[in-house]
Design a protein around this ligand. Structure first.
Ligand code: 2AM
Ligand code: CA
Length: 263
């Protein structure tokens, strides 16, 4: 299978489909919220986008199954599976705010081999295929070179439904606020990850995430020279509902910090 060629086809598809989301966010007004209801409206855009993606992805790798947030197709493939979030950053979208992403990963026997995250606000398409490194709009990208947590900018997401670890999470943030360059919460985990991949952020962590939020972004971080793990430094970050990412220099220091509060 030519991962590079598939990656190019998926990137073109994400950019094309992103036009639909951009037109919906631009035309979004309060009367639309009233007539359809906030969540209905969002799920209408999410589902329409996912249908468009699923239809085309099924043609790119016909034997692949799907793990897609809106469940428009949910049959699993024996070897290949797409992991799809048609719209990452739903709360941003409702409020007419960017970043908002399309996130698509292709897995082969449970390992990611292609990742595409298209951030619609800035029109930045992040891509990676196994062994080929990561790019943004076709140009190679790399994680940052910062060596310590003290000089790092840390992205995170606040818990939005699972508050079971809220106390530990607040303590970890209090520590990081005082011992890093600062923290950012931009409302899209896929964007947090690509920002680690291109060096805007040095670290990212969040719990309560789903596979479609992180599969593509985590792979792009790895192909950009960074490291990803669960909060214990282990491999269960795609389905384990918690993940962290960092450049390779600060990774151990960051894992130890997060672990000391969250494990
Ligand atoms: P989503 O926009 O695809 O739902 C932000 O913290 C991250 O959490 C985003 O990647 C977002 O993905 C995910 N998330 C899931 N449900 C959410 C919710 N109800 N509110 C905010 N973020 C949510
Ligand atoms: Ca989503």
């Amino acid at each position: 299978m030519d991962y590079k060629d598939i990656c190019k086809q998926v990137a073109d598809l994400a950019i094309e489909t992103g036009k639909y989301i951009r037109s919906e966010i631009a035309g979004f007004d309060s009367s639309k919220i009233e007539t359809k209801g906030k969540n209905d409206f969002v799920s209408y855009v999410d589902k329409t986008t996912e249908k468009k993606l699923v239809e085309k992805l099924s043609q790119i790798v016909p034997e692949a199954g799907f793990i897609a947030e809106e469940g428009t197709r949910s049959d699993r493939g024996e070897v290949y599976n797409w992991i799809v979030d048609p719209l990452d950053g739903t709360t941003n979208f409702i409020h007419g705010l960017y970043p908002v992403c399309i996130s698509i990963a292709l897995q082969e026997n449970g390992k990611t081999v292609v990742g595409v995250v298209y951030e619609i606000g800035l029109g930045e398409c992040y891509t990676a295929s196994l062994g080929d490194g990561a790019c943004m709009n076709g140009k190679p990208i790399h994680v940052s070179e910062r060596k310590t947590l003290k000089e790092s900018l840390v992205g995170t997401g606040f818990p939005y439904s699972d508050y079971s670890k809220l106390d530990s999470f607040m303590k970890s943030m209090a520590d990081l606020m005082q011992n890093t360059h600062g923290m950012r919460r931009i409302g899209s985990a896929a964007t947090d990850l690509i920002y680690v991949a291109c060096g805007r952020f040095d670290c990212f962590y969040e719990y309560g995430l789903s596979p479609w939020d992180v599969a593509a972004g985590a792979f792009i971080v790895e192909e950009a020279g960074g490291k990803v793990s669960d909060f214990s430094g282990g491999d269960n970050y795609i389905f384990g509902r918690e993940m962290l990412a960092a450049n390779a220099h600060v990774f151990s220091e960051f894992v130890n910090k997060v672990k000391s509060y969250m494990e």
